[in-house]
Design a protein around this ligand. Sequence first.
Ligand code: MF3
Ligand code: CO
Length: 247
Amino acid sequence: MRTMTPAELVLMRKAGQITRDALNYAETLIKPGLSTYDLDKMVEKFIIDCGAIPSFLNYEGYPASICASVNAMVVHGIPSKDVTLREGDIISIDVGAIYKGYNGDAARTFPVGKIAPEKARLIEVTKNCFFEGIKNLKVGHRLGELSHAIQVYAESNGYSVVRELVGHGIGKKMHEPPSIPNYGKVTDGPIVVDNCCLAIEPMINMGRKEVWLLEDGWGVVTRDGKPSAHYENTVLVTKDGVEILTL
Ligand code: MF3
Ligand code: CO
C-alpha cells in the first residue's frame, strides 16, 4: 500500500471509469441464451474501444478478458461457448482495465431474468458487505477494521465469507500489497495510508464457506453447490474519506 501522486490519481480515476463502464455495458447484454464466451468477446471489444487494455487477458495465463462465474461459481469462471445463461441464474462478472499504465478492477453479481428471492437477497447482502466494509476504511486505522466489519455483516445475515480469495492493493499492477481479507480481527492488517488505492471485494456464499478449485486451474466453486456472489470496487482512500473509482 502506497500513497499515490495527484497525477497518478487522475489516471486511476480514468481506469476506474472505463472499468465501471465496461461492467455497465456487460449488464445490458445479459439475457437467457447468451453464452459467457460471447459476453467476454463483447466486453473485451468495449474495453479496447475505450483506449484501454483488458488486464485479465493473459494474466498468469488467464485466457479471457472477463471472469464470468454462474451460480455456485464464486470467481474466475472462464468464459465458454458451453456456458449459456438461463432464466433464474445469477452471474458474477469481474472486469479489469489498464489505462496509461494504471489499473481498474471491479465486479458485480447480476440476475438473469427473474430470480429466486433467496438469490436476490444474497446479491443485496454481498453489495452491502462492501458498503459496511468501507464505512470502516479510514486513513490511520487498521485495514482489519474493514475486514472485520464485512465478516460480521455477512455472518449476521446467515451467510459465509470465502477465505481463500481476498482484496488487494492496486495501481501500476492489478495486484499489489496488501492482501485484504473479508474476515478477521480489527487489530489485523496494516495501517491505512493517505491517498492509497485498494480493491475491496467481498465474495459471499449462501451456504458454507468452503470452496473447490476446478480442474481448469481457475474456476472456484462452492463445495456445497449453493450460490455465491461477488461485489468489488477499486477505491481511493484519503483523509477526506473513501472515493469509489469504479461506481
Ligand atoms: N478481479 C480479480 C482479482 O482481483 C482478477 C481476476 S484474475 C484474472 O483477483 F486472472 F482473471 F485476471
Ligand atoms: Co480484484
